[in-house]
Design a protein around this ligand. Structure first.
Ligand code: ATP
Length: 238
């Protein structure tokens, strides 16, 4: 399968702090890739560099073989890359329906947008009963589902999720990952998932990278990493 996204020796800094040093990774079309690592390892920065929110100081980012390193965030979303950022920022004073429409703001195919809202209602039944509810009044798990649905309204080719399980109960984590796997299968969505919950992430992904201090320390097939004792002890806290 062709590479959808490829990072080649990417570095990024916040002032004098180098958050990424020479990170190379790729996500092939139709695959699920996990990006793991401790707090501060550079996982969110990697996603933000792909989204154009944090500039790369070195290296290149290629989407379908073309450099997107110097494109603005809007152009990157338009090209087919959507991100669900960490921390669950829904538009609290807007309804679920309005939040979904915001996810489609770069589109102008009204009929397609309405059809996709119906599709989201099918994927996320909990949202379908709450289209008129203010997003800020929903539970943490419901807000996380809304964020994923909102990102999907842009019809991305690559969906990047930053810690979808953060702060959720094990049951909700399972529900969210079940939906993610279903989306992957049914919509042929390519996914890059940042997770602290390595066990869950390795169970659903094809391939994984482990970041350590801004560098890729380990990479491999998820099934292999999940069973590798040295990886488990050193990085996965098991
Ligand atoms: P976490 O799971 O805690 O979010 P992470 O692996 O996603 O961790 P990053 O958020 O990418 O890590 O952070 C990588 C490094 O960059 C850390 O040392 C962090 O303190 C630093 N950093 C991140 N964002 C900023 C910022 N806006 N300003 C300054 N330093 C930052």
């Amino acid at each position: 399968m062709a590479d959808l996204i490829e990072l080649v020796e990417v570095s990024a800094s916040y002032g004098r702090i180098e958050a990424l040093s020479g990170v190379s990774l790729k996500v092939s079309e139709g695959k699920v890739v996990a990006l793991l690592g401790a707090n501060g390892a550079g996982k969110s920065t990697t996603l933000n560099v792909i989204s154009g929110i944090v500039p790369a100081t070195k290296g290149d980012i290629r989407f379908r073989g073309k450099s997107i390193r110097r494109l603005g965030s809007d152009k990157i979303v338009g090209a087919g890359i959507s991100q669900v950022p960490e921390g669950r920022e829904v538009f609290r004073d807007m309804s679920v329906h309005e939040n979904l429409l915001i996810g489609a703001q770069l589109r102008n195919d009204r009929a397609g947008i309405e059809r996709d809202i119906e599709i989201m209602a099918g994927h996320f039944p909990v949202l379908s009963k709450r289209f008129k509810q203010m997003a800020g009044t929903m539970s943490g798990g419901e807000q996380q589902m809304l964020l994923i649905a909102r990102a999907l309204m842009a019809r991305p080719k690559l969906l990047m999720l930053d810690e979808p399980s953060l702060g959720l109960s094990p049951l909700l984590v399972q529900q969210i990952f079940d939906i993610i796997v279903k989306l992957h299968r049914e919509e042929k969505l390519t996914l890059l998932i940042v997770e602290q919950n390595a066990a869950v992430a390795l169970a659903v992904s094809d391939y994984a990278y482990i970041l350590e201090n801004g560098e890729i320390a380990v990479e491999g097939r998820s099934a292999d990493l999940a069973h590798d004792d040295s990886v488990r002890n050193a990085y996965l806290g098991t």
